[in-house]
Design a protein around this ligand. Structure first.
Ligand code: CTP
Ligand code: MG
Length: 219
């Protein structure tokens, strides 16, 4: 099985507030993009690595990652992924999209997501919600969601290449926060694969601090 891995790395990291785009922020001595690329390369099916880079940072990506292909990212995540999708090789069985901001994803979780997508055409790594979720208007609770039906979407999100291409072609152009949203809108079933390992996304400085503390202890 051959899988093209797209790393969505073109975001600016506004909420993190660093001086460089989030993908280049160091985590325990190496940039986030090096962690997430390492996680993708650890998967046997990884046959093509495409990084959607912040425009102007293409050389920087090459310096950190060595051999990989580079697409210039767009203003929204979906624009970045669309650019990367254009250079997926024709001989790929699957295409996986992974957030560069998720440095620790476990190869075993990636491989189980790939297997589910190979079987059904579309699958994402996800996690059951464990908190009780409230619908709030102003500061007043107006409802309680049925937790049984709610999962948190993570990445990678993995698809048959033609399924993802069709989803992009048919999308209405509005903001999509992940690929699964576009693929389900195109009428395809997308499976969830329950994550077995911690797969945090670096969003705020506190995320970076927590992850650094945990990996420091693991070593
Ligand atoms: N991303 C991207 N292109 C964009 C926006 C986001 O490739 N135009 C990527 C980010 O680099 C990140 C992933 O999508 O790896 C998830 O996005 P998020 O965590 O929101 O990152 P940023 O958009 O960089 O952060 P912020 O929203 O705080 O600016
Ligand atoms: Mg963002």
């Amino acid at each position: 099985m051959r899988c093209a891995m797209i790393l969505a790395a073109a975001g600016s990291g506004t909420r993190l507030g660093a001086e460089v785009p989030k993908a280049f922020v160091p985590l325990a001595g190496k940039p986030l993009i090096a962690w997430s690329a390492g996680a993708m390369r650890a998967v046997r099916a990884c046959s093509q690595l495409i990084v959607a880079a912040p425009p102007g940072f293409e050389d920087c990506v090459r310096e950190f990652l060595g051999s990989c292909e580079i697409a210039s990212g767009g203003s929204r995540r979906q624009d970045s992924v669309a650019e990367a999708l254009k250079i997926v090789r024709a001989d790929m069985d699957l295409v996986a999209v992974h957030d560069a901001a998720r440095p620790l994803v476990a190869p075993d979780d990636v491989e189980r997501t790939l297997a589910a997508a190979a079987a059904g055409g579309a699958a994402i790594l996800a996690r059951r919600v464990t908190d009780t979720l409230k619908e709030v208007s102003g500061e007043r609770i107006v409802g309680t969601a049925d937790r049984e039906a709610l999962w948190r979407a993570e990445t990678p999100q993995v698809f048959a290449p033609d399924v993802l291409r069709e989803a992009f072609a048919r999308w209405n152009g509005g903001l999509a926060t992940d690929e699964a949203q576009m693929v389900t809108a195109a009428g395809y079933e997308v499976r969830v694969v329950q994550a077995a390992h911690w797969n945090p996304k670096v969003t705020y400085p506190a995320d970076l601090e927590l992850i650094e503390r945990v990996i420091g202890r693991r070593r």
